[in-house]
Design a protein around this ligand. Structure first.
Ligand SMILES: [Zn+2]
Length: 158
């Protein structure tokens, strides 16, 4: 069984050489869509990972262990209406509560976990920040560190 037919292989090679000749003649703009113009988008990132270095890795475990849930709650302006010890209840920072003194959002400062009985969202402090800021986890982590004036825990591979 042939997965690649020889004639299609040949066709691709011919197309490639044809394209190279066209590029040499200046007929084809070289990878114009891949050129990072710097207009819009986020600084230092590029969709094309072939021409830009990949985004550095983040040590999420370290980030979660170093940033307490209380700091994230403070940034979100959370004020507990009820609770005792590490367990707090109050209005959910992720949705607008119907009752003013809602306590459907519960959070444990020791475990760093939250749960909302109304919007049913739950997770750790980073997931709370990501949900509140409507950001993917990676972006939320970088954003959270910036808000707390911390250096993100980059994973250095050297
Ligand atoms: Zn909620």
């Amino acid at each position: 069984m042939h997965l690649i037919r020889p004639e299609s292989h040949l066709g691709a090679a011919r197309l490639y050489h044809g394209l190279r000749r066209a590029v040499a003649r200046g007929e084809v703009p070289v990878a114009s869509s891949l050129v990072h113009t710097g207009s819009g988008g986020r600084r230092g990132t590029c969709r094309d990972t072939r021409s830009e270095p990949p985004m550095p890795g983040l040590d999420f475990q370290r980030l979660r262990s170093e940033i307490p849930m209380a700091e994230v709650l403070e940034l979100l302006g959370f004020v507990a209406t009820n609770g005792r010890g590490h367990q707090l209840y109050g209005p959910c920072p992720l949705h607008i509560a119907k009752e003013q003194r809602s306590r459907r959002f519960s959070v444990n400062l020791k475990t760093g976990r939250f749960y909302c009985r109304e919007c049913r969202r739950f997770g750790n402090q980073l997931e709370l920040w990501a949900a509140a800021r409507r950001l993917p986890i990676y972006d939320a982590a970088v954003d959270l560190c910036a808000r707390l004036h911390r250096e993100p825990p980059w994973i250095h591979r050297w």
